[in-house]
Write a protein that binds this ligand. Sequence first.
Ligand code: FAD
Length: 526
Amino acid sequence: MGSPACGFLKQSNVIFLPFFMILVLSCIPGRTNLCSNHSLDTPTIPPHSGSSSIPLSLKSLALDGYFRFENIDHAAKDFGNIYHYLPIAVLHPKSVSDISSTIKHIFHMASVTKLAVAAKGRGHSLQGQAQAYQGVVINMESLERPSMHVQTGEVPYVDVSGGELWINILQETLKYGLSPKSWTDYLHLTVGGTLSNAGISGQAFRHGPQINNVYQLEVVTGKGEVLTCSDKQNADLFYGVLGGLGQFGIITRARISLAPARTMEHLISSENTFDYVEGFVIINRTGLLHNWRSSFNPKNPIQASQFRSDGKILYCLEMVKYFNPEETDILKSIENLLSELNYIPSTLFLSEVSYVEFLDRVHLSEIKLRSKGLWEVPHPWLNLLIPKSRIFDFTQEVFGNIVKDNSNGPILIYPVNKAKWNNRTSMVTPEEDIIYLVAFLSSALPSSTGTDGLEHIMTQNQRILDFCAEAQLGAKQYLPHYSTQDEWQAHFGPQWETFVQRKSAYDPLAILAPGQKIFQKAIPIS
Ligand code: FAD
């Protein structure tokens, strides 16, 4: 294990952790509903709507912030870089009342305009979910707020703006020796953006996704009302908004549960286990370390260099144990945990980094990719949740016959125990207690017509989805993308009725988050 720099040791809020990777040659633990019949819609680049259609009335609103009507092409872009829907205006709100006034105004103008509104966090959506074709995009990062408020004590929490980045929350809460419990792999995403989906990472088996670690929200509904909601107050709105794909309101403030940043806590089912468990698959590669995210050192460099995968499918586990520098028996406890696993010893890698470095690890890759011009390429990602009972069927077909290698990007695969998940949110998951997240994180080479091109990857994604549907795996899409309401209805299954009821209660004219393509904006009959 590398020894940390002494300077680190002196900082009380810095935590060190060993960071392990184990390669396990086959096999996902062996051995249900409908996977949606997803149809690929073609990317659209609509023409500029022209200034004539800009409702002049928007300009007359008295705001603390401002609207921008020109040079707003950035609002028609996202991380996916596949769909581009140009809005007519971007609101840069300075206050919650700016958001509320704008939505109220659009709500009351509904008989004369089809304007819809999309909150935009970091715009790290994949298929235009934070865009609004000829509508209004609200740039949530502009929202001015009182500085983050950290509450210490027995039930610690932090109050943050809906447009706040998770990386900033980490930095601020660590000053108090505290930190949120559940994360995403990448922290340069906004609170509102991830809470509208779920926020899943290697801690979700222990703490649930991010949507299960929130005490309270402030929300502006599709009617422009500003409501506070929690498990006790406006609970229907609270659970509707969490995982609600932006459909019921705009999150302007969130109270996020914290825990001491140093937490000592069979991988996802035992209490005495690692603090983070993820995994990925390597298909048809010879070397070991083609991982985009982290640098690891082989435990035994000579043996590791001699290891040849010969194109086999390798399942790798990435596991983390948090510890404080003064803990002396950490290696022993890690060895004990490892001794219960069946893996190829020569493929054990490890690394020891600070807590922040670990959580913010993907940002390093971002910097590298940006410098090579490889960050702003199309990202035809596909994220699936597969029930444990069918993961074997899934891996056999998908890694055996559909995906020939993982040269277009990493493929994550890891189990999550839903025991700690609260099922009252809008998020849908397969029904079983243990589900696998499988994420195909592909990047496409612009203008390539080969296997690294957008068309090939999207066709491959569609084959995977078709297989899920035909084999009736009971899979669900995470960060879902559909183009027809029938598909959305199939996605939500029995939860569809509640979803529709909530929509009519909180956003009856379907003004919010049009980029999700779930509801059409309604024109009221006057
Ligand atoms: P945006 O893309 O701006 O918005 C997403 C949706 O939420 C839109 O419909 C938008 O209208 C709505 N929305 C935005 N802000 C608000 C608000 N304040 N109130 C209401 N609705 C709002 N996800 C995971 O779960 N785990 C991961 O490990 C993970 N890793 C990722 C790594 C990278 C590099 C990227 C690009 C994405 C990753 N994601 C991950 C997906 C990510 O969580 C979602 O794409 C998320 O929506 C992005 O947040 P954002 O702030 O960019 O949201």
